[in-house]
Design a binder for this molecule. Structure first.
Ligand code: UDX
Length: 430
């Protein structure tokens, strides 16, 4: 199939590379020239395991993937996948600016296309967006009828950064929300080579499935963090509690790692957007989901409270911050708990030496001046008064790195028993 992907961010690029790997002919359209150039040289503009290799193969060897600045390249394709960002507004509501722009531009191009064309949104959008925003824009700018000349579908992505390609090729499920059946059939054709349960439904239900999925994952994390905080007061290890829980098939052991809470480009933002839309548009204040956000908000700064209890006034204290990405195996720092903690430490007059194997450039771009970026964990740790482990990268899991130091572990990166034998070790909630 001939596929155009609009947006070369994490989702767009993984989707484009995944489709090209599966034999489709793909053009990835983005307005950022440096991204387009990088992709056309077969190099990923972002860090995601396996993506560089796959891009270089599809662009350079197979020749079935290219990037472009031109939306008119949509004309040579059968299906367009909208994969642009949906950031938060300052009040937490969803910002659909890029989605609207993509729909306008696609509509404009489709005004000139003779054949039926399918437009699929993969960006996470508030339920109702496809019918209330995207379809009217496509019809307005193309002058054509959706359901007749243009097919529309919503196909949520469930890609976890760090294992996004694996998730693309081996998804737990494929959800196809179709406005018209023909669009759903054509979209299903993209995933022909992938073996996974496929659930076909209407577009609004598919949009809601994505939010419900992220809301549930976030709820699991805040739930276990709340349990961990209670366990901590009782002197009970929450990780042992989870082991005991996990034998119950209804509960399992996934997404129950207690620590400094969830960050990233999706869970915090999507939860805020859902709470905001539910409260303001639907008149339902979503108290459970608000509590999930509240627990996460407090959890992120517990590591600073512990440091204050151990060191007293933080003014003039030297911190080593290990890990800046919101989780390991990514260079993404969006809503990363580490960034918030670094800002608070600086405000309190502490000095910060930071290290992350992949995310330093992205962190440098958003952190205030004053942070010293190091070339290794060892360099950051040397001469520190206190080490904070904020991301559980494998290279931080070596207890011997921390000999004689005060260490606060936000991610259960270390084995507490081994660590306690070597350093002054404290888990954030164990
Ligand atoms: C998430 C969803 O998992 C994915 O399906 C969706 O498409 C996008 O959002 P991602 O943001 O890549 O994926 O990260 P995820 O692995 O879900 O982790 C999110 C955050 O939760 C990270 O900060 C992680 O450290 C934290 N987390 C995760 C915990 O604190 N405890 C856990 O048990 C699991």
């Amino acid at each position: 199939m001939r596929v155009s992907v609009i947006g070369a961010g994490y989702i767009g690029l993984v989707t484009a590379a995944g489709c090209a790997h599966d034999g489709h002919s793909v053009v990835c359209i983005d307005t950022d020239k440096s991204k387009v150039d990088s992709i056309n040289q077969g190099t990923s503009p972002l860090y995601e395991e396996g993506l560089d290799e796959l891009l270089s193969h599809c662009v350079g060897v197979a020749g079935n993937l290219k990037a472009s600045l031109e939306h008119q390249d949509i004309l040579g394709t059968d299906i367009s996948l909208i994969c642009v960002g949906t950031p938060s507004n300052s009040d937490g509501s969803i910002n659909l600016g890029d989605v609207r722009e993509a729909a306008r531009r696609i509509g404009h191009v489709l005004g000139r296309k003779k054949d039926y064309h399918v437009v699929v949104t993969r960006s996470t959008v508030i339920p109702g967006t496809t019918t209330d925003v995207i379809i009217p824009l496509l019809e307005k700018y193309s002058g054509k009828r959706v359901g007749e000349h243009i097919g529309v579908a919503y196909n949520p992505e469930f890609l976890q950064e760090g294992r996004a390609l694996k998730a693309f090729f081996n998804p737990d499920r494929i959800v196809i929300g179709e406005f018209d059946k023909k669009a759903g059939d054509i979209l299903a054709g993209i995933y022909q080579g992938i073996s996974a349960p496929t659930f076909r439904t209407d577009v609004t239900t598919a949009e809601m499935i994505k939010y419900a999925s992220n809301a549930f994952l976030a709820t699991k994390i805040s739930f276990i963090n709340e349990i961990a905080n209670i366990c901590h007061k009782l002197g009970v290890d929450v990780y042992q509690v989870v082991k005991g829980l996990s034998f119950d098939y209804r509960i399992g052991d996934k997404f129950l790692s207690a620590g400094i809470g969830f960050g990233g480009s999706c869970l915090p933002k999507d939860l805020r957007a859902l709470v905001s839309a539910s409260s303001t548009k639907l008149g339902y204040p979503a108290p459970l989901l608000r509590a999930v956000l509240d627990v996460n908000e407090t959890q992120g700064l517990k590591i600073v409270e512990i440091a204050e209890r151990k060191l007293g006034d933080l003014d003039g204290k030297k911190f080593a911050v290990l890990g800046l990405a919101f989780k390991p195996n990514t260079d993404d720092v969006r809503d990363a708990p580490a960034l918030r903690v670094v800002r608070v430490l600086l405000e309190k007059g502490a000095s910060v030496k930071a290290y992350d194997p992949e995310a330093m450039e992205n962190a440098k771009a958003v952190l205030p001046p004053g942070v010293e970026f190091c070339n290794s964990a060892g360099e950051a740790i040397a001469e520190s008064d206190c080490v904070l482990i904020m991301t559980e990268w494998d290279e931080f899991r070596d207890e011997s790195l921390y000999k004689g130091r005060i260490v606060i572990d936000g991610r259960r990166a270390l084995d507490p028993r081994k660590a306690k034998a070597l350093c002054d070790y404290q888990g954030v909630c164990w």
